[in-house]
Design a binder for this molecule. Structure first.
Ligand SMILES: [Zn+2]
Length: 292
């Protein structure tokens, strides 16, 4: 028997998650929606047309999974996007809460059609798995719930093509933490893939224990990202010692090659033999380091 939160507790958490979503920039204006089950076929959900950062308890809508509104101020209606929440609850009875937002990095991957499936981040593999992208669906139509339905049992989150992200969990907080994790994972993929331009993928050998940990945490869905055959991150990376190409002055300006004054810049004097020895030592050390 599932453990349902009280209406008061659930509303308080929905308000808190709405504030965090808004503060983190996961939603603009009145975007996003949050819901949770309070009985096997009854949910609480956020209203349409209201900023999720500034809600109060009276705005929260109570409704059945058949779409019947049970209470709440009649001026507050659920979003048309609640259809995808309801579909998630129907597809997977273990889902107790759902969050939806438009976090900018994850949404950009959804627009680019690139799923979050790189084997690069231990926490993402343990807590999330891989994140597929549901095909494009016109907002407000039944195509939207149909598009996410295939993923509700085997994954913990899904990106919506050219739209945003949807996450679910066994509690409101778990669903929201997954939303945060999706955006964090997407940000790391952007930094490594598109800004730094390089990442060491985790090998199959390294991913196996992470999947065991995920199972021990009771997370049964999530998908498995592809792994690398070869391990590439099993050596320490020690930054080169000393400022190669720097002043070689050890902080003493009087020993700089060009001096500190641009007007008085003179052709570089030959470095003293001790400086040459120092340079030779340094270059040798660098080469040995690389050969190791
Ligand atoms: Zn949306």
């Amino acid at each position: 028997m599932a453990n349902f939160p009280s209406v008061f507790e659930a509303k308080e958490e929905i308000l808190e998650i709405g504030r965090r979503m808004y503060q983190k920039g996961f939603v603009a204006a009145n975007d996003g929606n949050i819901s949770c089950k309070i009985a096997p076929d009854v949910i609480l959900t956020t209203p349409t047309g209201v900023s999720k950062g500034f809600m109060d308890q009276d705005m929260i809508v109570k409704m059945t999974l058949d779409g019947e509104i049970l209470s709440g101020d009649s001026k507050y209606k659920p979003s048309s996007e609640v259809k995808m929440h309801i579909r998630a609850y129907k597809e997977n009875p273990e889902i107790m809460a759902v969050t939806h937002a438009h976090p900018p990095v994850a949404t950009s991957f959804a627009i680019a059609g690139i799923g979050l499936d790189q084997p690069i981040l231990t926490e993402a593999i343990m807590g999330l798995g891989s994140i597929p992208i549901a095909k494009y669906a016109t907002p407000g139509t039944n195509e939207v719930p149909d598009s996410i339905a295939p993923f509700c049992r085997d994954y913990n989150a899904v990106l919506l093509a050219n739209h945003g992200a949807l996450t679910w969990g066994s509690s409101l907080m778990q669903a929201f933490y997954r939303l945060e994790s999706v955006e964090y994972y997407a940000t790391i993929m952007m930094y490594t893939g598109n800004i730094i331009g390089k990442a060491n993928p985790l090998s199959c050998e390294q991913i196996a224990p992470l999947l065991e940990t995920r199972a021990k945490l009771g997370i049964h869905g999530g998908g498995v990202p592809a792994c690398a055959v070869q391990t590439t991150n099993d050596k320490d990376v020690i930054p080169a010692s000393g400022p190669i190409g720097g002043c070689q002055c050890g902080g003493d300006k009087s020993k700089t090659i060009y001096g500190g004054n641009a007007e008085a810049a003179q052709p570089a004097p030959q470095p003293a033999s001790s400086e040459i020895d120092h340079l030779v030592d340094q270059v040798t050390r660098e080469i040995l380091e690389k050969l190791r």
